[in-house]
Design a protein around this ligand. Structure first.
Ligand SMILES: O=C(O)CCC(=O)C(=O)O
Length: 284
């Protein structure tokens, strides 16, 4: 297991209580701008490489570089290549999430923080789409399916630049169907209820989160969320999602669910998700 450093951000009751109630919480001034700017610089160098493809790495974690425009190709790099991200995960996020997870999920039998996925979502100005309402767990055939995600921007995000929007309390409403994130079309074979088109009309509090480079969002894998298009004039909106499995999980395929991780590991129904591609940073 990786050697973890401490994190000085204070975990107060209001953070964990709000998270448990809403399924999402924003931590203001979690990061230092300098550390996020180093991530931004490294990301931009890799993202701009013209010959960068979408290689699948089978023995180490990868990062997906996704441009949020319908039809755009995804690129990938290894987490090692984005060493500033790796360091942020190991020294800033995981140490904080160890206590956070234990307080917010007291009933999980064997809590852990296992890296599932890292994605940078880039929304170029004017041409990026809405990424429709979804729930992370719906896309992962895992049993049990307990996850949390952190999201942070590489540059400040205003309301015009494509902020994240959440339906508070939706994490308590169970598993929903998976759909194409651009079109809302359900995946083939999907038979679960879908997230309603307008969760506010269904009585949920819907809130958008403007963010600075210093802020961090944490959301439960069941919480419904979407991101608005970037309608600003000049700037890209880059958001980093890091997803963690928080309880030992097995592969449990079902219709309608893609399994991105089957590209990285050979996995049969009932197998544990166990691979250097998905390192366990901490377990109890
Ligand atoms: O960054 C975005 O626009 C979307 C991120 C997201 O929906 C996710 O991480 O699940």
């Amino acid at each position: 297991m990786t050697k973890l450093m401490g994190n000085t951000y204070k975990l107060g009751n209001s953070i964990t209580n709000n998270y448990k109630k809403d399924g999402v919480v924003k931590l203001s001034s979690f990061f230092d701008r300098k550390e996020i700017n180093s991530c931004l610089e490294q990301y931009e160098k890799i993202y701009m490489q013209e010959d960068r493809g979408a290689e699948i790495y089978r023995d180490e974690p990868l990062v997906v570089l996704w441009t949020h425009v319908q039809g755009a190709n995804k690129k990938t790099c290894t987490l090692k290549e984005l060493s500033t991200f790796e360091s942020l995960i190991e020294t800033r996020l995981v140490p904080f999430l160890i206590d956070f997870t234990q307080i917010c999920y007291p009933n999980i039998h064997h809590p852990r923080l296992q890296l599932l996925e890292t994605i940078v979502f880039n929304k170029p100005p004017q041409i990026s789409n809405t990424l429709n309402w979804h729930q992370d767990v719906a896309y992962f055939p895992l049993n049990p399916n307990n996850q949390l995600a952190v999201w942070f921007p590489l540059a400040d995000v205003t309301s015009e630049m494509g902020p994240m929007v959440y339906a508070h309390g939706s994490h308590q409403l169970g598993i929903k169907g998976s759909t194409n994130l651009h079109t809302r079309e359900p995946f083939e074979g999907e038979n679960r209820d879908l997230i309603p088109e307008n969760p506010a009309e269904a009585g949920l509090m819907v809130k958008e989160y403007e963010m600075t480079q210093e802020d961090l969002l944490i959301h439960d894998g069941y919480t419904w969320h979407y991101s608005k298009p970037n309608v600003s004039n000049a700037k890209n909106r880059m958001g980093v999602s890091v997803r963690f499995i928080i309880e030992e999980a097995r592969f449990d395929p079902r219709p309608g669910q893609g399994a991105a991780f089957t590209k990285q590991i050979e996995v049969n129904p009932g197998d544990l998700i166990k691979s250097p591609c998905f390192p366990i940073y901490w377990e109890k």
